[in-house]
Design a protein. Sequence first.
Length: 566
Amino acid sequence: MNTEAPSTPSNFIKTIISEDVQNNKYNGKVATRFPPEPNGYLHIGHAKSICLNFGIAQEYKGGTCNLRFDDTNPSKEEIEYMEAIKFDVRWLGFDWQDRLYHASDYFDQLYAFAVELIKKGKAYVCSLSPEDTRAYRGTLQEPGKDSPYRNRSIDENLDLFERMKNGEYPEGAHVLRAKIDMASPNMNMRDPAIYRIKHVTHNRTGDAWPIYPMYDFAHCLSDSIEGITHSLCTLEFEDHRPLYDWILDQLDVPCHPQQIEFARLNLSYTVMSKRKLQVLVEQNFVSGWDDPRMPTIAGIRRRGYTPLSIRNFCERIGMARRDSMVDVALLEFSIREDLNEKAPRHLGVLRPLKVVIDNYPENQTEELNAPLHPNNPDMGSRAIPFSREIYIEKDDFLEEPPKKFFRLSPGREVRLRYAYFITCTHVVKDKTTGEIVEVHCTYDPATRGGDSPDGRKVKTTLHWVSAAHAMNAEVRLYDRLFNKENPDEGTNGSHFTDFINPDSLEVLIDCKIEPGLADAAPGYSFQFERLGYFCKDADSSKDHPVFNRTVTLKDAWVKIAGKEKP
RNA sequence: UGGGGCGUCGUCAAGCGGCUAAGACACAGGAUUUUGAUUCCUGCAUUCGGAGGUUCGAAUCCUCCCGCCCCAGCCA
């Protein structure tokens, strides 16, 4: 344990909850819930909410967090999504134990609450068409008008509602509405619909119900039924809070949870709405919901992000009520931080350039010992083969180097990582194209392992791989999906897809990797030294390994090289 | 122009009337380095959207103004 008091980043929600606990507001209990609608895949924004809700449950003694599917709209929801959501929440490292719930578990109770509301004269069956309902609602600055059905008798409402439940009417014929105030400046209070007719099979309740409760009715009551103390949601539901409270106030409910809103997460260079992510998938801008460029949990996972890195990220971005745009650099920092510590190191060449070491014995091969992590000997080491012909990175050789270029060039000596010092003697070019096809070098046998006995220094160390022993591999280099920091921020009539980065994916099929890496399991996360963190993709086959670049290493050279240019 | 929110460093974000306005990312220098990585130092808001006011004292309280976000689904 640390000696210093943990500097738990405080936020306004924890401040409120701590006060409530201190005041014994809910008998000192803290119960939260994560309530996704199973109509799509979870994204990094949901991760913020998951970490918040489950995190609070962990932080307070006896705290709990339920996983509840808000499955009140069977026309949009699917079992497939429920399974994917459960997988993602678990993968992030959270556990709802035996508290997996569904709003549909409460359909009977919800129906009974609706009947109670009718009996109290607080709800009525309205038979206005959807179009008329809209017309009667008024506008933002003008009050609405009472529905002509607003004063139906309780008995008539009870009868009609029961017949709605019995499936006697077509969709749109009637709707159950809360009787509140058609002149309220808050649109949500203008007699909102709380039940609608939908002759749709529900994936859990089948055809038992031809009517389904609306979010505003189902959510607060589900919270109450589950004994939730703090109902945390995003800012756009703030205007719904009066309705949330109104419903619970009318009914004889187990408890009255407190709704608290926070700002949703926006990440630079990506989009976050389910609708937009769906467009990216459906119009094939990406390969699917788990495309490594997607901000979905599935995509981020396939990209090679770890659960811990995402939890740390969510902790770092904080919690507030102001709209904000978090720099994607913070996400990248979080994954580098985790992988720097944990990822084994390997050697791989993305764009191979052949190097022939002229003074190295023709048919000799030797095994060199290379630690799996230079800063952590406990991770062990592996042997890597070395021979006369090797590959180095094309970027690591320049025939005419600029001032600050430390890498290989004619006459210059560099170190091969964990191998030898080599000095470039000359190059061989393709006669027609002039392209360098081979770099010739000599090596110093005394520098085996990478140390020079005479203490002479070398400016840099290159990664390499033995040509005869290397495995071929496909490497997918990912970059940000959009060129614009905020793709949503359209300039007159532009569409967010206009800002898609055409270079967000570069596929390299002629990569050379150290042998042994081919046997790694899908999901294996490691560092290609000097290049970045990568992970093996599930698309890999026995003789065709595929690697995804999770994130590059920080690279001072690209900055220097960038400055030299203009 | 109805209602509800929000404006503190390039980006997040603490701060809740009283020491020099936390911290992180980013950025810029320097040291160490067999990854131009990591690590390690150092620097980075005399000022809190603006203007007035209250107070011995204001980012924190009051007034006005400016800007941004959300709401007119039988979606969540």
